[in-house]
Design a protein around this ligand. Sequence first.
Ligand code: AMP
Length: 220
Amino acid sequence: MLGPPGAGKGTQANRLAKSQGIPHISTGDILREAVQSETELGRQAKAIMDSGQLVSDEIVIGIVRERLERSDTASGFLLDGFPRTVNQAEVLDGLLEGRDPLIVVDLHVEDEELVRRLSRRRVCGSCGAIFGVLQGEGLASCESCGGSLEQRSDDQEGVVRERLAVYRHKTQPLVDFYRGRQTFCAVDGAQSETVVAAAIAIAVDETDAEKNITAERTTA
Ligand code: AMP
């Protein structure tokens, strides 16, 4: 799942992974857990994440390589927040050799809408559910589990602008890297959550069908 911060990758990846019965692998979530548990990885990543920059390719590739070795990824998985650089994408292609082709979903949303969404985003500290609060109102607790809602330290406006700049510079080139593939689909992420989810489900089904037709042609 590709797209700038605030495009809804986490929310949509969560829904899609559940509906497909596959693991949702978010490098951002794995890094935040490491920060919270104060592991060596967390200590290395914290300052970089708080400044809106990218953690090194070496670190995140190591995380993904290890995660993809687990048996629950055998019949598919959903990557959210990875790859974020062309180098990561090239390494990922190598890691996926012998597996089905990657389906790439690019969620597109304009910058002003992203800044507005991120400033209102709150995350449940217990279950990780994501909410958008209305200005001046604020949700007191998580509607799913009752846990307390927090603002991510990198969702403050200055850091958000930096993350968007990093996205344009380092991650957007990935759209061109993948665009020529038959398994690439672009979805307008500015619509409501349910409309985007339906559009993604249709795009993934069509891409999946196209992928199978291509595989049949190749073996015929
Ligand atoms: P996210 O939750 O996907 O917005 O990620 C939060 C932060 O984690 C990013 O701003 C980066 O600092 C770091 N991060 C997550 N995934 C990657 C990645 N694939 N490459 C480099 N840094 C990452």
